[in-house]
Write a protein that binds this ligand. Sequence first.
Ligand code: DQA
Length: 151
Amino acid sequence: MATPQTAPRRISVINGPNLNLLGVRKPEIYGRTTLADIEATLRAQAAELGYEITFMQSNHEGDLIDAIQAARTASAGIIINPAAYTHTSVALHDALEAAELPVVEVHLSNVHQREPFRHHSYVSPQATAVIAGAGAQGYELALAFLARHLG
Ligand code: DQA
């Protein structure tokens, strides 16, 4: 008997502008953990959970949209820290809507404690869950949540 088609055991982790500077950019807000540290931690955690990770960062909005469109067919879920595009990008909102995947929106900082312009997110309406203020650990929480959510 043919095995039923299952969703790919892959999760896309998508990081927006300036997150390549994690560890040196405003460590009092974003911490000292680098994006490479986060990627290594997530890859190890994903392997334990039986998932593979596609991990990317870009400073360009169109690249982030391309990554979301690629995830649509390649991945079972998306973890995204859209960084400053969180607060500006209708295009990211639309791409996530079109992806039709579970999405966890992650922010290292608690954006609601910060400037008013960071309080609104174009991404949150498309997110299954939002994690803000847990620092780099927010990515691990997002992955644990998604893996259990996906079953
Ligand atoms: C951020 C919060 C955003 O407001 C900011 O523009 C970032 C990082 C965070 O992870 O806390 O670049 O997404």
